[in-house]
Design a protein around this ligand. Structure first.
Ligand code: AMP
Ligand code: TRP
Length: 332
């Protein structure tokens, strides 16, 4: 059976980008067609400036939202990364498989480290080695597929390279995984700056729709989205990134394709209005279910405890095999 692994990091509140790019697919299709694991990757949240209490809060909230979005612990495994030691154990071995040059080439590292330096902050070493941990997340479970948004494909490519290199040097140990992406909305853009990704840890929040935003807040953010000069509703990501982003979001909510949808609109205003309502309806059940689940933290804890136990059982043999293959002495 196909094995699927994916994760979300608790560095901020989950956004419409997370939902359309990743989480919705996990719930609607991935969990039903494969043996799937979905993880709140909390160790990854420590690679940037962080507040311990906030990371804890966001980890619980992310796990609750995954369940609210429809992940069903009866058919898939939902857990928190730090509850399973194998991730950190394997990460070191993959740091010994990767080169510093390939880590430094990662776009996300270049962008985030440049931003931190510009703000006068130091850059944590773990931000550089992050892709080794992400590769460990994936390879520990022998995942065949990794459903992610567009921004993560480079990291999954690196994971493939590391798996192939390790297998060639030390003997076949890892499944070589591949990234899968949604057909539309693989990269939802910020509503106020449609040339950059809608990211959950950005400081300016006016262009970010959070899954837990109240309907009126969602409407306001979408109605105020930056559009482009001109008046024609056309799908042109280069020339009209703001309008194209709204069309992508609307198409992702309603099905259909963004180019065709463009033809149905005479004005930006009408497009915004329909997009706002579609997003409000898309998120309504998730918000409602989140409120129910948040009132029962004991249930969420239980899901995470059982998930971690299952995950540990799956990862342990692969990580043990990698330790033996690379030359570490087995425990007697
Ligand atoms: P992160 O928020 O970086 O932990 O991302 C969790 C998942 O959501 C990853 O698969 C990302 O690729 C995806 N994702 C995050 N932001 C966006 C976005 N703006 N558009 C599409 N997918 C996204
Ligand atoms: N790096 C991913 C992100 O920023 C999160 C992540 C960590 C992940 N480990 C993973 C995604 C393993 C898929 C598989 O979005």
């Amino acid at each position: 059976m196909t094995r699927i692994f994916s994760g979300v990091k608790p560095t901020g509140h989950l956004t419409l980008g997370n939902y359309l790019g990743a989480v919705r697919r996990w719930a609607e299709t991935d969990q039903h067609r494969a043996d799937a694991l979905f993880c709140v990757v909390d160790l990854h949240a420590l690679t940037v400036e962080h507040d311990p209490a906030r990371v804890r809060r966001l980890s619980r909230q992310a796990a609750t939202l995954l369940l609210a979005a429809g992940l069903d612990p009866a058919v898939c495994t939902v857990f928190v990364q730090s509850h399973v030691d194998e991730h950190a154990r394997l990460s070191f071995v993959l740091e010994c498989t990767a080169t510093d040059g390939e880590m430094r080439r990662m776009i996300q590292y270049k962008e985030k480290s440049a931003r931190a330096r510009a703000a006068g902050e130091s850059v944590r070493l773990s931000l550089l080695t992050y892709p080794a941990l992400m590769a460990a997340d994936i390879l520990a479970y022998g995942a065949d597929e990794v459903p992610v948004g567009d921004d993560q494909t480079q990291h999954v490519e690196l994971t493939r390279d590391l798996a192939v290199r390790f297998n060639q040097r030390y003997g076949h140990t890892f499944v070589v995984p591949k990234a899968t992406q949604p057909q539309v909305a693989a990269r939802v853009m910020d509503l106020q700056d449609p040339t950059s990704k809608m990211g959950k840890s950005h400081a300016a929040t006016a262009g970010i729709v959070y899954l837990l935003d109240e309907p009126d807040v969602v409407r306001k953010k979408i109605m105020r989205a930056v559009t482009d000069s001109g008046r024609e509703v056309e799908y042109d990501r280069e020339e009209k990134p703001g309008v194209a982003n709204l069309l992508d979001v609307l198409a992702a909510c309603e099905g259909g394709n963004p180019e065709e949808l463009a033809g149905a609109y005479e004005s930006y205003g009408a497009l915004k209005k329909d997009t706002a309502e579609a997003v409000v309806e898309l998120l309504r059940p998730v918000r409602e279910r989140h409120a129910e689940l948040a009132a029962d933290p004991g249930y969420v804890d239980k899901v995470l405890r059982e998930g971690a136990e299952r995950a540990r059982g799956m990862a342990r043999p692969t990580v043990d095999a990698a330790y033996r293959a690379i030359g570490l002495l087995p425990t007697g």
